[in-house]
Design a protein around this ligand. Structure first.
Ligand code: HPA
Ligand code: ZN
Length: 346
């Protein structure tokens, strides 16, 4: 489809109206300070910040680890099945406002099971929210179980075993948490087990870690998408490999600036990678911590990168459906809706 006759003046309306999928959102990263305080009060948990404002003021990060410390502390208020449901429903309300029609949510069971919360409470609450999102908002939603890479592979294998009774409630597995010093190959065995079970597999790679981690996520873990992946641009042969295989990268621009992967949005390489022909998607990562949900990420990216066009907006939305784990028929239906929105723009 060619939309080269549409100008950047059309962008505000199109970015908002276009149907889109979100493929890189950690549901624990959608926990807003207000909900953290409400759940802490309900569950009798004391926080080390006196108020919502004081907590929000602490959201100034220097790198991934400085964020993860606060993110895991925030998640400690989640105790009951209902808490997980409430967190995800708050995200779906925001997602609907941004015209998100499909979301694949990452969740970190080890963050909760290590505190004595049962796997059933975590997956039960989240999967009930996914069903309610469909019923209440018409959003199709699925879950991706992430292993924490700063923990051992034995812990990941134990986590997979504990989740298997709930196998029908998640579509895939991922790999997140501190990347440096925790290469993908550390998880070769558990990812092989997951692939044998028919689970989709993705991994964070090349956010803070080197391009070599992207290579090993592809070669050893055999992932179907790379989360972040922005450091691929340091390795031109890798860029060609990603392009030729049409390997999706789930890029999160506001996250990258908040965690100092790029100094400013204007320096972000999303437009360069997209124009090189890679299957780039745009996502929010941890929207409560990084300054915005999906539409805010689109708006900030298009504002900072004047080389991005209406055609690019369409391509990013189309890529989000292409890279999703939905059925081919469902993808085609969303792509047709997307085309109709752009064709209706005068
Ligand atoms: N990177 C790694 N782990 C994470 C992130 C991230 O951006 N967000 C939540 N866990
Ligand atoms: Zn992430």
């Amino acid at each position: 489809m060619d939309f080269s006759h549409l100008t950047r003046n059309h962008l505000p309306a199109l970015l908002a109206r276009m149907p889109k999928a979100e493929l890189h959102i950690h549901i624990e990263g959608s926990l807003e300070p207000e909900l953290i305080f409400a759940l802490a009060r309900k569950n009798g948990i004391s926080l080390s910040y006196p108020s919502v404002e004081a907590l929000r003021a602490a959201y100034a990060f220097t790198d991934l680890q400085s964020f993860l410390d606060l993110y895991y502390a925030g998640a400690s208020v989640l105790i009951k099945e209902d808490d997980f449901h409430a967190m995800a429903m708050a995200y779906f309300a925001r997602a609907q406002a941004d015209n998100v029609v499909h979301a694949e949510l990452f969740f970190d069971p080890q963050t909760h099971t290590e505190r004595g919360v049962s796997m059933g409470a975590v997956i039960g609450g989240l999967s009930r929210a996914c069903a309610d999102a469909k019923a209440q908002y018409g959003i199709s939603a699925s879950l991706i179980l992430c292993f924490l890479r700063h923990l051992s592979e034995a812990s990941a294998i134990e986590t997979l075993q504990a989740a298997l009774p709930y196998r029908e409630h998640f579509v895939g597995v991922g790999l997140d948490s501190g990347e440096r010093g925790n290469p993908p190959e550390k998880f070769a065995t558990v990812f092989a087990q997951c692939r044998a079970l028919g689970l989709h597999v993705v991994a964070h790679a090349g956010e803070e870690g080197p391009p070599a981690y992207i290579h090993s996520a592809l070669d050893v873990l055999q992932v179907e998408r790379i989360d972040h992946g922005v450091r691929c641009s340091e390795d031109p042969a890798l860029v060609q490999r990603l392009k030729q295989s049409r390997m999706p990268l789930t890029v999160c621009p506001l996250s990258n600036v908040k965690l100092c992967v790029f100094d400013t949005m204007a320096q972000h390489n999303l437009a360069t990678l997209l124009h090189q022909g890679l299957c780039i998607t745009l996502n929010s990562d941890d929207p409560a911590y990084f300054g915005g949900y999906l539409l805010t990420n689109f708006e900030a990216t298009f504002a900072a990168l004047p080389e991005l066009t209406v055609q690019d907006a369409w391509q990013l939305a189309r890529n989000s459906f292409e890279a999703s784990f939905a059925s081919d028929a469902q993808k085609a239906a969303w792509m047709a809706q997307l085309d109709a929105v752009f064709q209706a723009a005068a």
